[in-house]
Design a protein around this ligand. Structure first.
Ligand code: GDP
Length: 459
């Protein structure tokens, strides 16, 4: 089976952590790892799966047989004299691969053997990702990454031992694969259930909206307070896709005890958001935007929770007032313009049809994973279109862009001096990335890291 899959090969000098990475990628402990170079290992082959489906074969060239030679001392120094073997082995292993994961050690830094291997790999011309292993903490990440830029490959920091960035690694490696021939693509796996949270003040119409969307009277709107906790999650499906509203018992309980006194806590209501993929914040069109609604929006924004705003009960408000309200809500969301605002009526069932597809889109945008090569081309484009401003007589240099996380997509710019990048320019970069990668409604995070190291090469 693995023979039919395209193969990606792990190349790297001994002791950089290839076996541990290999195990992480195939999610098992099959390969035995050793801290010392010089231990014979067989060529290991495994299959990397995503959502249970095989995506590519992975080969570990760990079997660099240094044992054949006499004694081997520990550490990178110990492989002196065996470079030829290592290079030859890597060369042979690359014959059948479609792409290369070139593994280096972020703690050891860039060694001459890494450079030799890199030269071999470049000569092969296979798509290559440089995996900087043993990057265990964010504090030193830019420092550890800096000198590897000169190799000219896209970089990804990981920690095989701690499992940091392993999903990202799978995705970036999958992105190196040649496009499948038409007709032999695997069937799409069933989409996972989309988890939704409904937030908003008591009586805004949350229960009514859930009922309207779920298509049945799952929650009885006028039920007695807090008598049952069995309907915490409301599951339903629309057009073959599964959805679940989480924590709906909380909605009912809160809405019923409160009555006229608002005892609705921003903190506790936001908890259900953290269990959901997408949050729906419901406002009551007849009440306008309250202080609490504003606090909720602020909190959702700062926590980078993906959400949309539903202005409910729009059947009770004349169109002109509704426009005004939309504008007010828009002003409250001035710093997160990506958040969609819909006007709906649970009672008249108007405007509801857009909600679930929009939630699905937001969730998909949160999962987006952009290969490093594309990111850096995008960065160049953005920098060329508007260069960074001069701050205190110096213009910040941008070296490199990488995506550190998904959900929400998190982008890290390595720059000469983050202090010299004004907020307005960071916002411009965010807009540019959103535009280039069609991230319309998901939150994104942007980090600027100062990287003072020398040796940055423009490639
Ligand atoms: P919750 O506390 O947020 O769950 O709010 P409910 O769903 O219990 O609704 C509070 C009240 O508003 C109920 O009397 C609903 O019938 C009413 N309501 C909900 N949605 C609408 C709507 O779109 N239009 C009108 N006119 N009334 C609504």
């Amino acid at each position: 089976m693995s023979e039919q899959l395209p193969q990606i090969i792990l190349v790297g000098r001994p002791n950089v952590g290839k076996s541990t990475l290999f195990n992480r990628l195939i999610r098992s402990n099959r390969a035995i790892t050793h801290d010392r170079p010089g231990i014979t290992r067989d060529r290991m082959e495994g299959i990397v799966r995503r959502r249970g489906l095989p995506v590519f074969g992975i080969v570990d060239t760990g079997g660099i047989t240094l044992d054949a030679h006499a004694t081997v001392t520990e550490g990178p120094e110990g492989i002196r004299g065996f470079e030829e073997d290592i290079l030859a082995q890597a060369e042979a292993a690359m014959q059948h691969a479609v792409a290369v994961a070139f593994v280096v050690d972020g703690r050891d830094g860039l060694l001459p053997l890494d450079e030799h291997l890199a030269a071999h790999i470049r000569r092969k011309g296979l798509p290559t990702l440089c995996v900087v292993n043993k990057v265990d903490g964010l504090e030193r990440e830019d420092e550890q990454m800096a000198e590897f830029h000169s190799l000219g490959f896209p970089l990804l920091p990981v920690s095989a031992e701690h499992g940091h960035n392993i999903n990202a690694l799978c995705e970036e490696l999958a992105a190196l694969l040649p496009a499948p021939a038409p007709g032999d693509s695997a069937p799409d796996p069933a989409p996972p259930t989309l988890r939704l949270a409904m937030l908003g003040r008591p009586n805004a119409g949350k229960s009514s909206l859930i009922n309207a969307l779920a298509g049945e009277e799952r929650m009885i709107v006028s039920d007695v307070a807090g008598t049952t906790r069995d309907s915490v999650d409301v599951r339903f499906s629309v057009d073959g896709k599964e959805y679940v509203f989480v924590d709906t018992a909380g909605i009912r309980r809160r809405s019923k005890i409160t009555d006229s006194v608002e005892r609705f806590s921003v903190n506790s209501s936001i908890k259900s958001s953290t269990k959901a993929h997408v949050t729906l914040l419901v406002l009551d069109a007849t009440e306008g935007v309250s202080q609490q609604d504003k606090r909720l929006m602020d909190m959702l924004d700062t926590r980078k929770i993906p959400f949309m705003v539903l202005i409910n009960k729009c059947d009770l408000v004349p169109p002109r007032a509704l426009d005004q309200l939309r504008q007010n809500v828009g002003n409250s969301l001035a710093f997160c313009r990506h958040v969609p605002i819909l006007t709906v009526s649970a009672l008249k069932r108007s405007g509801l049809r857009k909600i679930l597809p929009l939630a699905t889109q937001i969730h998909a945008e949160c999962q987006i994973r952009i290969p490093t090569g594309q990111l850096n081309r995008a960065m160049e484009t953005a920098l060329t279109r508007h260069q960074p401003p001069v701050v205190k007589r110096v213009r910040a240099k941008f070296f490199y862009l990488t995506q550190a996380e998904t959900a929400p997509p998190t982008f890290v710019f390595f720059v000469s001096d983050a202090e010299r990048v004004p907020e307005s320019y960071a916002r411009y970069l965010e807009r540019a990335l959103r535009h280039l990668f069609a991230i319309s409604h998901a939150p994104v995070r942007l980090h600027l890291r100062s990287s003072h190291a020398k040796g940055h090469k423009k490639n």
